[in-house]
Design a protein around this ligand. Sequence first.
Ligand SMILES: *Cc1c(COP(=O)(O)O)cnc(C)c1O
Length: 455
Amino acid sequence: MTRMPYKIYLSEEEIPKKWYNLQADLGDRLTPFIHPATGKPCTKGDLTPIFCEGVVDQELNRTDQYIEIPEGIQSYYQMYRPSPLIRAYELEKKLGTPAKIYYKFEGMNTSGSHKLNSAAAQVYYAKEQGITKVTTETGAGQWGTALAMACAHYGIDLQVFMVRTSFEQKPYRKAVMETYGANVIPSPSDTTQVGRKILIDHPGTGGSLGCAISEALEVALNTENCRYVLGSVLNHVLLHQSIIGMETKAAMDQYGIEPDIMIGCAGGGSNLGGFIAPFMGERLQGKNAIRFIAVEPASCPTLTRGKFTLDFGDTGRMTPLIKMYTLGNGFIPSPTHSGGLRYHGMNPILSELRHGGELEARSYEQSEVFEAAVYFAQVEGILPAPESAHAIKAAIDEAILAREEGQEKTIAFALSGTGYFDLSAYESYQRGEMIDQETTVEVLEEGFQTIPTIE
Ligand SMILES: *Cc1c(COP(=O)(O)O)cnc(C)c1O
């Protein structure tokens, strides 16, 4: 066993060739998607008009623990992977903590985040099936950018519905997507029925991911040879993101590192779920006792204050019903919120793990998250995405606790992306203009009222 260097990079040959499918460990604990019209579990045939066949098979796969990564995806991964596993020596010193802190940095590709891991996979399967166009939504723009990159590579058309507030705040995101050949429309838009309805019901709205999903779904369903792709929430996305956890595990095994705590920020749950997948699998098999922590914004507190129930994945109520933690498909976070992670629901696997007590959850206000982001940038050098900074804040808190308790813990967190595309949020923090707005019980109650009642 060698001393852990600042960074561990696996060699190209060591990049794992399999994804880890956590569904295989959970089996019957997971509730299938429910068809809203029949109240029965969705079949493959219900899902294939919306999604590509390859990913539907993965979405429904509850038996195979490992799934082979096709060569056409491996070769794409090889262009920008492995991502480094970094030992935060400087942060440890600065905090004066006996804890060992590691982070896996996914921000080193042009799209700036982990999302490319699933974008490449989903577009590959679309191409394989002979699909010629895909549609999607994007919030802050990371997913749209990742998908635009993948579509350019595999040769598929892309239409992106971008949440209007982001469209206006982040013009450079749009420019990047267009550079890769995507067509970008602000949502809600007047190009779809559901968009026009939302515009009438909520004039002047800045939009939400839920609205944008509905618009993208409508176009996919009404266009020939077109499918919808989603950047988070669903189980196949979490599967693709397990490349993060598989690499982390391979790197840790080389150096005999055994984490005590693993942390990730959670919007729809894909980077956290992918990061912890093989480790959580082992925990479910009784092979470790790692604590897993999901971190979310106080203004979109899905896992900490949401309900574990069946809900739609989108505001337009076009998706199947998903058993998950949810704030209600009509929930829209406060417009003062700028830290990302604003989706109303949560990946079903992570929801079940939270329900079962294997996954802890906590939330932070955005000002303390940005404070941690700036601290981390100054100490470790990397400017983190605001989303990722939620995980940083929790890791710092755990490291301080370890110092107070005099415990030599090993903490690992996912640094899901770079903050280069979020400079307006950093600017507002620096100017002292960032406000923490309390999410009241009344606001939550309004969201809960949009959860469908199932007989
Ligand atoms: C999209 C995004 C997230 C949130 O999505 P998850 O599916 O919860 O991972 C987190 N961090 C970054 C950098 C993102 O771009």
